[in-house]
Design a protein around this ligand. Structure first.
Ligand code: PGA
Length: 253
């Protein structure tokens, strides 16, 4: 059975104190209000991973995740953080290939193949992001592009390895814009991704892979998005920075 996951992507936001306050509020609200077995991941900036993890303690539901990792194992790469460092800190998840990394840091499929491999080799769960820009959607090329992104970065993996990856479909035009994909657009794309996985790995493997939706998810639209059979949760940016709103999103699953 694939997992239901709601991950918050804090991006480059908050002071340490604010991060700790948000975490403490979430621990309380989630313990009091969230039923069922949804997994919650807080993808914090690198410097906050350990302080946030320490606050979480042995919390069974909430984990931390990084927002990126290096494709290199170690060495003279100033400013970078390796997958083995994350492992040594007890960080279980890492976002890879977020559209902001693709756009501002030139990350492409070749690089993401390496990052995926090194993350998996260190026992991390990659949250692999894919999604089309507006002009591609308008030209009706979204299906082809997203399939290509998934295929190029992930299809070298074995059937066993790909089941350890979480995929996040995030249409670029919906990220931080307040313009969410409709529940139908999300379901259609998730079903296409799952079908593509099934064509390569078989239906049983494809059924085990969690596919999250991301792009302006909020407390008002989460329920409708998460109600879709192929939407297994969300990757939430802006709305994950507010404890009340993020808790409501988690409760929507
Ligand atoms: P958003 O960001 O929820 O603010 O649109 C989502 C993301 O970038 O992961």
């Amino acid at each position: 059975m694939r997992s239901k996951i709601v991950a918050g992507n804090w991006k480059m936001n908050k002071t340490l104190e604010e991060a700790q306050t948000l975490t403490s509020e979430l621990i309380g609200m989630i313990a009091d209000e969230v039923k069922g077995n949804v997994k919650v991941v807080l993808c914090t900036p690198f410097p906050y991973l350990v302080p946030v993890k320490n606050l979480l303690g042995s919390n069974a539901r909430i984990s931390v995740g990084a927002q990126n990792c290096s494709e290199h194992a170690s060495g003279a790469y100033t400013g970078e953080t390796s997958a083995s460092m994350l492992k040594s800190m007890g960080v279980p998840y890492v976002i890879l290939g977020h559209s902001e990394r693709r756009q501002y840091f030139g990350e492409d499929s070749k690089l993401l193949t390496k990052k995926t491999d090194i993350a998996l080799a260190n026992g991390l769960t990659p949250i692999f992001c894919c999604g089309e820009p507006l002009e591609v959607r308008e030209a009706n090329g979204h299906e082809q592009l997203v399939k290509k992104q998934v295929e190029e970065a992930l299809f070298h993996l074995s059937a066993e390895a790909i089941q350890k990856v979480v995929i996040a479909y995030e249409p670029v035009w919906a990220i931080g814009t307040g313009k969410t994909a409709t529940a139908q657009q999300a379901q259609d794309m998730h079903a296409i991704i799952r079908k593509h996985l099934a064509a390569k790995y078989g239906q049983a493997v494809a059924e085990e892979i969690s596919i999250l939706y991301g792009g302006s998810v909020n407390a008002a639209n989460a329920k409708e998005l998460f109600a879709n059979p192929d939407v297994d949760g969300g990757l939430v940016g802006g709305a994950s920075l507010k404890s009340r709103e993020f808790t409501e999103i988690i409760k929507s699953i």
